[in-house]
Structure formats: C-alpha cells, structure tokens
Design a protein around this ligand. Structure first.
Ligand SMILES: Cc1cc2nc3c(=O)[nH]c(=O)nc-3n(C[C@H](O)[C@H](O)[C@H](O)COP(=O)(O)OP(=O)(O)OC[C@H]3O[C@@H](n4cnc5c(N)ncnc54)[C@H](O)[C@@H]3O)c2cc1C
Length: 443
C-alpha cells in the first residue's frame, strides 16, 4: 500500500484551535503543510469542499494517512486555566485531543516507568533545569509539558541578559539546547500532555493521571508552570523583544537603563511600581495608559508617588501603535485616542506590564495560592492563618521552595515573589533539586 509521508493540517485561520495547533507543531519541530480549506486551489479542483464541510476542523492528516478531526469542544490552553481542570469538560476534551495529536505525530508522550523520584510539571527554564540536575544526580525524572519544552523563554526572539551569551541568544536556541541536555542525562520529557488529577498515596507518594490515560506514581513534585503574559499587539513589538522590548521589569533592568529614556505600558499596580523603580535610574519614564484615568486600576499611594516624580510623564488614553529601530528599539509611534493624534517617542526601553496570569491549572484547591493566584512557598506559608487556601500542616517549617504540600516544590514565574527572569527560573529549578534530595532523605 502506498503511504503518504507528509503531515497536513487542514483548517481555516479563524478555526479556534488552529493558531495553538500550528504553534504546537512548529515549536516541537513537526514539519507539516498547512491547507487553508477556503483558499487552497487543490481543495477546489478536487471538489473536496463538500466533504471537508462534514469534518470537524482542524483536521490533522498524519504521515500514515490516518486523520484526526478537531476536538468536540475546545478551550484555548494558554488562556486562564479553569479552576478545576477535571471539572471543565471543554478544557479536558481539548487537552486530550492535543495529547492524541502529539502521540500520533510521534512526539514523546508516554512515561517509560511507573514510579518517578521527581515529577516536574512545566518544561520552561525552571522545569528543564530541575530535570538536568535531578537526572544527572541519579533521580528518575519525568517532565510533563503541555505545549513545548522551553516555555516562555522559548518564544523570546533574543534574550540579551542571560549569563554567558554576550551577543544574546534566541529563546528557541536556548530551549532546544536545554531540552537536549535534559534528555542526555536521562530525564523523560513528555509533550502535549497534562495532568488530569493527582491523588495522595500512603507514605507521602502521589498518583498522577495524565490526559493521555497514563498513570505514574511520584515521590516528589515540582510545579514550574509559569505565567501567561498578555502580549502587546502592535507592529514591531515582537521583532524587538529582548532588544529593547521587555515583559515585566526587574531592579536590574532599572539599573541597566541608567540615564536613558524608557516607556512603561500598563495601568495596574505592577506598571506603577515598574515606572517608579525605573525612574530611580532612567532619565525619563513615560507611562502609557490606554484608559482615561489611573484611578480605578492603580492604588492611590502609587499614583501620588508617580505625580511627585518629575521624570515620570503619564499619558492617558494613549496606545502604542508601532515600535521600530535599527537592530534595537529606538522609537514608538503613539496614538492619543481622544484627540486622534499621533506622535513619536524616542525610547531606549519599553516595558510591557499589561497583565499576566499564573498557570496553576490542576493544582488549585490543593496548593496554597496568594490573592493573585501565585503559588506560595517556604516561610510565606506560615503567615495569614485566616486564608481559606490550604495551609502548612507539619511541625517542621517548610523548606525554601516547598509548597503547602510537603515534598511538592515550586520554581520560576508561577511562584509567589519570584523574579520574572530566565536566570532566576533556572536558579530556582536547580535549587529545588537540592530540596528534593533533602525531602527524599527524610527531611
Ligand atoms: C515575550 C517574553 C520575552 C521575555 N524575555 C526575557 C528576557 O529577555 N530575559 C529574561 O531573563 N526573561 C525574559 N522573559 C521572562 C522569562 O521568559 C520567564 O521569566 C521564564 O521563562 C520563566 O520560566 P518558567 O520556567 O518559570 O516558566 P515558563 O517559561 O513560563 O514555562 C512554563 C511551562 O509550563 C508549561 N505549562 C503551563 N501549565 C501547564 C500544565 N498545566 N501542564 C503542563 N505544562 C504546563 C507551559 O507550557 C510552559 O512551557 C520573557 C518573557 C516573555 C513572555
């Protein structure tokens, strides 16, 4: 029988699951041909439109000639996860479909063992670093990643501030190298897979059910699921990521922009704090606010401090229309909505703080979160006994990155109080493995 060797994805650009599916395939190195069923001449020539109309799109036509129709219900995985993953049928249907697509396209989706010393949820910098250290130190380790190894960092065009890369490094390159390094030490990395439920077992272990029907028993866990940042949609912004455009702002960014001109986009407290932090060092800070006022979105004390700072200029009703520069960010085109006026702003840095949600799908109600949904660890677990969130129950104090569940650790962006940077995620991932050893040795 003749076998087709190519993979095809058939759909419409507007079909709900299409952008996520194509990103999933691209980032996992699956080569495929995209067929827009309305625009493809071959579809028309073969008279296939009628047949296509009977299918649930997108359809993945696998190399062996079999087809996978789209999910019956779909929930964008990078949007806020449902509060209880197992209860959300649409989410779970989509998640199981992704697992099936991943498996049928030959990606690594099934655990090779029944029992693991360390189970890592999330394969970004924090999760992959933990996998490298744990596997190299003899712990049987599995990473479960729902999209693609590398996490947010893998989507960054150029990371300029990561140690050891004076010319910068592309996120994809860093993600690929880290992925291969973890595999070389013997860690398993499953992609397209998520957790359906976890159940504590006797002796401190837990049983974890995955969306592809696999079950594993784990002795310790690390949650490294990161944050979903809302992206600024304006021409030029994505291309200048890492070379002047940044998501979030750290104290180091403020020092790095000493004497320079920067802009901050956002209207919430995080944007206000970033503007003030940057204003300590920068020559000028322009705070770009889409709404007509800051009153409802930002605390009064921050607004007052911003008003008092001579080098912070607040521009209300203003949006970034485009960003440009020769090799790095130099200029923004702004649009003032009320007067419909355009202006240009010369800047050396643009800091985007328009919101992000910690990705804690599957662990809500089990691990303690702060009021913004970030996972609480270490000494922070001991305060606020009035909270309805799960609390620390043991007599010994929690270890540094330990969650409210003994033996389950948290690293990277999803952790309450974390610095949102690749290097800090890497550091926490490495540190978590030392704590895993300590837990396995009996605390
Ligand atoms: C556009 C952009 C540019 C950036 N540029 C820089 C930079 O130049 N320098 C810098 O230092 N930092 C940069 N950052 C920040 C940096 O990328 C993050 O701080 C870092 O990636 C955090 O690592 P992490 O491992 O904690 O989380 P992430 O990188 O977010 O990884 C988390 C992983 O968990 C997976 N996941 C989530 N939920 C589940 C689930 N339920 N089941 C299974 N898997 C799940 C996700 O798919 C993801 O792969 C940038 C961030 C963005 C968004």
């Amino acid at each position: 029988m003749a076998r087709s060797r190519a993979v095809y994805v058939l759909g419409r650009p507007t079909t709900r699951a299409v952008p996520e599916l194509r990103s999933f395939l691209d980032r996992n190195g699956v080569s495929y041909t995209w067929i827009d069923v309305d625009g493809d001449a071959l579809v028309g020539l073969l008279g296939a439109r009628e047949r296509i109309d009977t299918l649930r799109l997108p359809v993945v036509l696998c190399a062996d000639g079999t087809a996978i129709e789209g999910p019956e219900a779909y929930h964008e995985p990078l949007a806020a996860p449902p509060p209880h993953i197992a209860a959300d049928v649409a989410y779970l249907t989509g998640a199981r479909w992704r697992a099936e697509v991943a498996e049928r396209l030959g990606l690594s989706t099934r655990p090779a063992h029944d029992v693991y010393d360390l189970f890592v949820l999330g394969g970004g910098p924090a999760g992959l670093t933990a996998a490298v250290y744990a596997a190299s130190e003899g712990l049987r380790t599995v990473v479960v990643e729902r999209h693609a190894a590398g996490g947010q960092a893998g989507t960054s065009g150029r990371i300029e501030n990561y140690l050891g890369f004076p010319e910068g490094v592309s996120g994809a390159e860093l993600a690929d190298a880290a992925h291969r390094q973890a595999l070389r030490f013997g860690a398993e990395i499953l992609v397209g897979v998520e957790v359906v439920r976890g159940e504590p077992q006797a002796g401190g272990a837990a049983r974890i059910d995955l969306t592809n029907g696999s079950t594993v028993e784990i002795r310790t866990g690390l949650i490294a699921t990161g944050v979903h940042y809302r992206r600024l949609q304006a021409p030029g912004v994505d291309e200048l990521l890492g070379v002047g455009v940044h998501y979030g702002a750290s104290p180091n960014d403020a020092v790095a922009h000493t004497g320079l001109d920067v802009a901050v986009v956002g209207a919430a407290n995080s944007a206000g704090q970033a503007a003030l932090q940057l204003a300590e060092h920068a020559r000028s800070v322009t705070l770009l606010v889409r709404g007509d006022s800051l009153e409802r979105s930002m605390s009064r004390y921050l607004r007052t401090r911003i008003e008092e700072r001579a080098n912070v200029d607040v521009r209300l009703a203003t949006e970034v229309e485009s960003a440009s520069g020769g090799g790095r960010l130099e200029e923004l085109v702004l649009r003032e909505r009320r007067r419909a006026e355009r202006s240009t702003l010369r800047v050396d840095g643009l800091f985007v703080l328009i919101g992000g949600e910690p990705l804690t799908g599957g662990v809500e109600g089990w691990l303690r979160r702060d009021d913004r949904g970030f996972l609480v660890t270490g000494a922070d677990l001991l305060g606020d006994s009035a909270s309805a969130e799960p609390r620390w129950e043991l007599e010994r104090p929690p270890m540094l990155l330990e969650s409210s569940e003994p033996g389950v650790f948290v690293a990277g962006d999803v952790r309450h109080g974390s610095v949102k940077r690749v290097a800090s995620a890497v550091g926490e991932g490495a540190m978590a493995v030392q704590l895993v050893h300590r837990h396995l040795a009996g605390g």
